[in-house]
Design a binder for this molecule. Structure first.
Ligand SMILES: Nc1ncnc2c1ncn2[C@@H]1O[C@H](COP(=O)(O)OP(=O)(O)OP(=O)(O)O)[C@@H](O)[C@H]1O
Length: 635
């Protein structure tokens, strides 16, 4: 049907958008030739009159695959893509650990990279020791126990790095090594990270037996209704240290120091990870990863370390929103601006020893601070309370998709699903373009605000990927959304695992119910096979260790089509057109190599056929609001 059709195909570098941006377009901001669509899409003139017939809705090929000429016809002018704020951090490494001071805190020492010795220098000396005399923090307060940084550099401690690299680094840095020993950073007023060697798997059990953490620094001590404050020695910006329980803290001073480092490197915004020397280079990954544009100046959303870490007291706590595995999320108000924010308090007692900062939180903070996309939740800053509790200050989103669906009587309309899917795919495409796998996409990790904007949250399990693929942990992705290759034991996976989750989410949006609700991994794979059929040889799954020949035999995708029929007279099943079903099938393709990418999915015909995406979707319902805001606080 030609009327009301919206061509959502867009130029590769210009399809990141939000409805707000659509609206600014709607209000007259548009570029290029052609006609501006009422919903903000700018349709090239050669497309607007093409009608639906020439590109029939039966054509399930994504535009980009149809033909080159067709592709050029499909271009839509949209707002400029928002760029990632700075280079990604690479986490995939083994870290050495150095115990510092009597508190048994552990500082990671990152093996040098052969590819970028200079960057190794920066990593080591940015994160572990200060760079200049101006940033030295009272070295006499720090006692380095064995093995020391220098020992590791000399290869006398156990090291993952080849000996020659250590030697190379040592010869290049010999002068600085001595300085390094002297200038060891004092532990900041948040616990230093315990970088377990199996850093890939935040949810995997960790062996902490050899980490006799004795210091109760969890930051979980918190009085109900407060931010966990204790007597503040100083509330002024000038005073940068305070004493508690016989120990001296240099929180703000340290923040300042690390902010300095950020400023030097143009890596503003990674305050926490700089403190912990988050690995900036990787001997393998660096070779393969693309060079990503570095900004000349600190970007929006970064922490200005010269101002120090702000306190959580800048915010008024309103109510607890939710609690996940890795954090408790509160709704709060910025005392100065009056803006609502969400504060995610990092749980200090998961996926780590007892004294460290969780790897999952580091990853999440690092990625979210560096990312800037309308479909990825924005982190404004990181703040702390007086008990070393660390909070991510995020933009406040009224709903999560799961909660929203639970409270709805009817499933979303097709137009609403399209709009939500477009936003989801845009966010996923942005993550993948920036070499990040989310690894935990599910409806409860998709937030929606009252404007109907969808944003991906919870990047605690996300990680950067490179090429060639490395073995990763299989303990990722919540069971219901987990790709079959992971369930069957593959250790090398890539962006396709997120696309499988997107397929599960699309089905859930259509049916208002999760697609595969397995109770165990075996049950999950069984449910998938029953619905989609038994994978054949070509899928590649049959070679995986978990695949059993006696797995249930089903014909491919028949049951899925029954669940999402092209027409329904009873209204009991969600109706899905040929084109929509094609997209769903491609998202749920068994073969990861054949599974549709986010980029191609964005170009799928389903988004162009009627009904058009509901850009005016707004999920405000009184019952939802009262459910999310407890009565006493709403009053
Ligand atoms: N910015 C936000 N605005 C409003 N609510 C939020 C926000 N971020 C998170 N939430 C709510 O808190 C819940 C938990 O957040 P999040 O998923 O980040 O925590 P987690 O501990 O990593 O969870 P999980 O157990 O899923 O890993 C979300 O499902 C959502 O309901």
């Amino acid at each position: 049907m030609a009327t009301g059709r919206v061509d959502v195909l867009r130029r590769r570098d210009s399809y990141n958008y939000s409805k707000r941006e659509f609206e600014s377009y709607r209000n007259g901001v548009c570029r290029g030739d052609g006609v501006k669509h009422k919903n903000g899409f700018h349709l090239p003139s050669n497309v607007r009159n093409s009608g639906g017939s020439e590109r029939s809705s039966n054509s399930s090929e994504p535009c980009s695959k149809n033909s080159k000429t067709r592709k050029s016809e499909c271009l839509v002018q949209l707002p400029p893509e928002k760029k990632r704020k700075f280079s990604p951090i690479i986490w995939d490494r083994e870290e050495k650990q150095v115990r510092v001071s009597s508190k048994n805190r552990v500082v990671p020492v990152i093996p040098p990279s052969p590819a970028h010795p200079t960057s190794v220098q920066n990593v080591l000396f940015d994160g572990v020791v200060s760079k200049s005399p101006a940033t030295v923090v009272k070295s006499q307060d720090v006692e380095v126990s064995e093995p020391s940084v220098a020992d590791c550099l000399e290869g006398s401690c156990q090291s993952e790095a080849p000996a020659d690299l250590s030697t190379q680094l040592h010869s290049e840095q010999s002068g600085q090594d001595e300085q390094a020993k002297k200038n060891m950073v004092h532990p900041p007023n948040i616990s230093l990270s315990r970088w377990a060697s199996d850093s890939d798997s935040p949810r995997a059990p960790r062996d902490i037996a050899d980490d006799p953490c004795s210091s109760p620094e969890s930051g979980e001590i918190q009085r109900e209704g407060s931010w966990g404050s204790r007597t503040r020695v100083s509330s002024s910006d000038e005073e940068s240290s305070f004493e508690t329980a016989g120990e001296k803290y240099y929180g703000e001073e340290l923040c300042d120091e690390n902010m300095n480092i950020d400023k030097h490197d143009g890596n503003a915004g990674v305050g926490i990870n700089q403190l912990y020397s988050v690995s900036e280079s990787d001997s393998e990954d660096d070779v393969d990863l693309p060079k990503i544009e570095e900004p000349a100046v600190p970007m929006q959303g970064s922490i200005n370390m010269l101002q120090g870490c702000r306190s959580v007291f800048e915010y008024e706590k309103l109510n607890k929103i939710n609690e996940g595995t890795y954090g408790v999320v509160y709704r709060a108000r910025d005392k100065k601006s009056g803006d609502f924010v969400a504060l995610k308090k990092v749980k200090m007692d998961v996926d780590k020893g007892c004294d460290g900062f969780p790897m999952s939180a580091l990853r999440e903070i690092n990625i979210l601070l560096s990312f800037n996309h309308p479909s990825v939740v924005g982190v404004k800053e990181v703040v702390m309370d007086d008990f070393d509790g660390v909070y991510m200050v995020m933009e406040y989103m009224e709903y999560d998709l799961k909660g929203l669906m639970d409270s709805m009587k009817q499933p979303f309309s097709i137009g609403e699903v399209k709009y939500l899917m477009l936003q989801l795919l845009n966010g996923v495409e942005y993550l993948h373009e920036n070499w990040v796998l989310h690894r935990d996409l599910k409806s409860s990790n998709l937030l929606v605000n009252k404007e109907g904007e969808l944003k991906i949250c919870d990047l605690g399990l996300s990680r950067q990927y490179g090429s060639p693929l490395k073995p990763y942990t299989p303990l990722v992705v919540t069971l219901w959304y987990r790709a079959p290759e992971i369930l069957l034991g593959t250790k090398q996976y890539s962006t396709a695992i997120d696309m499988w989750s997107v397929g599960c989410i699309m089905a859930e949006l259509l049916a208002k119910d999760a697609l595969f609700k397995g109770k165990t991994e075996v049950d999950q794979i069984d449910k998938i096979f029953r619905m989609l059929g038994t994978p054949d040889e070509k899928s590649g799954l049959s070679k995986l260790p978990g695949f059993k020949v006696n797995s249930v035999k089903q014909q491919c995708y028949n049951h899925l089509r029954k669940k999402f029929p092209a027409a329904s007279f009873t209204g009991s099943s969600p109706v899905l057109s040929e084109s929509g079903f094609d997209l769903l099938k491609r998202l749920l393709s068994y073969n990861p190599a054949e599974r549709i990418t986010a980029k191609d999915a964005l170009n799928h015909n389903w988004f162009r056929e009627s009904p058009e995406p509901r850009y005016d979707f707004k999920p405000i319902t009184p019952d939802l609001h009262s459910r999310l805001v407890p009565k006493q606080q709403a009053a």
